[in-house]
Design a protein around this ligand. Structure first.
Ligand SMILES: [Zn+2]
Length: 128
């Protein structure tokens, strides 16, 4: 289920964003939003590259809070940068959702996560 939600948010949800809010050129917008998935290339510098219970947030270089601040600034630039910023922030939100689902199943699994504090706060606020 977590796997399904994750890929739904990564691939299908951006379609709705593009189709609903950018009807005139939704295909182009959808492609730009999908292209922001390349931000996951930063996983390649991690060791191991894939770890099932790892939370990407604040772990990988392009998933840090600093990087997210830059993506936020992108929102105020002109196209396509604002769309790229939107896609990247949405990507972070998707990854964070994944971390929260992992945390809900197994709190110890994320004990080494650099985003642990954030996840704990959201979990507490959300009653997870
Ligand atoms: Zn990611």
């Amino acid at each position: 289920m977590q796997f399904f939600i994750h890929y739904f948010l990564h691939f299908v949800f951006p379609f709705f964003i593009a189709f609903i809010f950018f009807r005139k050129d939704w295909k182009k917008v959808y492609l730009i939003l999908l292209a922001t998935m390349f931000v996951d290339l930063d996983h390649l510098v991690a060791d191991p590259i894939f770890h099932p219970n790892r939370c990407s947030i604040n772990f990988h270089p392009l998933h840090t809070y600093y990087a997210m601040f830059v993506y936020f600034v992108f929102l105020f630039l002109r196209r396509p940068f604002n769309l790229i910023g939107m896609g990247l922030l949405f990507h972070m939100l998707t990854d964070l959702t994944d971390c929260l689902m992992t945390y809900a199943k197994c709190t110890e699994c994320l004990s080494d996560s650099p985003a642990l504090k954030l996840i704990q706060v959201i979990s507490t606020l959300g009653g997870i």
